[in-house]
Design a protein around this ligand. Structure first.
Ligand SMILES: [Zn+2]
Length: 297
């Protein structure tokens, strides 16, 4: 009996141990599976994140491509717009380039383009319209280069030298301009704001005094045309230019007869004797001095 009890107890203990170990096995298995599950969840989250990153990259790529396409399209539109504007400007210039009126091309005492007493204004075009003078590229002491008619070269140099010696070296903005240059300049202004506006800023081709080679626009250093007024250079040249045969062509008091607003920078060569007589006469304009018509077109 004693023996049986012991055996039963032993069996019970064995069963108990087996039970516990099975239970703990089950428990451990459960724990392991939970861990695996949580690792899998972490991996899934990681994957989702990667997926999202990939989506972002693809969206960015698609966006970049779309932006590139949009930019290309915008460039094409801009180019087309420019081409159309240029074509319109060419067309406008063709229509705006005036035929010389009978008045403009009629001979007068000052219509010989090769002479230093030639008159060129809005009533008197240069003759022939595409006239090209003999010009020389000459440097203005301390102030850059100009292209002037050979008949004006010596006194141009003398004017520049005197200005430099007086401590006010003159710069050059513009000098001889060909008929073709004036075609471009004028059509540019026509394209900007129409012919009426262009006529206020720019001479029509064949009507610019610059085509004679006898006109120079001066500057003070790098000053633009409009900032020339009031500079030491402007004050000096206004007073001293006639000594060397140059006169300020367009003055504030004579806009009606010259047809141009005042230009403190634009000087015209007429020779020393004529310039002295011009100043003494008090005429104020070449039109009045020489008795030729002027004003608007
Ligand atoms: Zn000028």
């Amino acid at each position: 009996m004693q023996h049986q009890t012991l055996l039963r107890t032993a069996l019970f203990i064995v069963a108990l141990v087996l039970g516990i170990s099975t239970l703990s096995g089950v428990f451990l298995t459960l724990r392991a599976s939970e861990e695996i599950e949580s690792q899998a969840a972490a991996k899934r989250a990681e994957l989702a994140k990667l997926d999202e990153t990939l989506n972002t990259i693809e969206r960015q790529k698609a966006y970049d491509e779309a932006a590139k396409k949009a930019k290309k399209l915008a460039n094409e539109i801009e180019q087309k717009r420019k081409d159309e504007k240029a074509a319109a400007a060419r067309e406008a210039a063709k229509n705006a380039t005036p035929k010389p009126s009978s008045d403009c091309s009629s001979p007068n005492a000052h219509s010989e383009a090769t002479r230093i007493d030639v008159i060129v204004n809005k009533k008197h075009c240069i003759q022939p319209l595409t006239f090209t003078p003999n010009t020389i590229n000459v440097s203005c002491a301390g102030g850059g280069n100009a292209v002037v008619a050979s008949s004006a070269v010596n006194d141009f140099k003398a004017l520049c030298d005197a200005a430099k010696a007086a401590g006010v070296p003159l710069g050059i903005t513009s000098s001889y301009r060909s008929y073709q240059t004036q075609v471009s300049t004028y059509s540019y202004w026509v394209a900007q704001g129409g012919q009426a506006a262009a006529d206020r800023y720019s001479a029509r081709p064949g009507y610019s005094e610059h085509q004679t080679g006898l006109s120079v626009d001066f500057s003070a250093g790098n000053s633009g045309l409009d900032s020339f007024t009031g500079t030491a250079q402007q004050k000096w040249i206004a007073k001293n230019a006639p000594t060397y045969g140059w006169i300020q062509r367009y003055t504030a008091a004579n806009t009606t007869i010259t047809g141009y607003n005042a230009e403190s920078w634009h000087f015209r060569y007429i020779g020393r004797l004529a310039a002295a007589n011009y100043i003494a006469s008090g005429a104020g304009s070449l039109e009045k001095f020489w008795g030729v018509s002027g004003g608007d077109y």
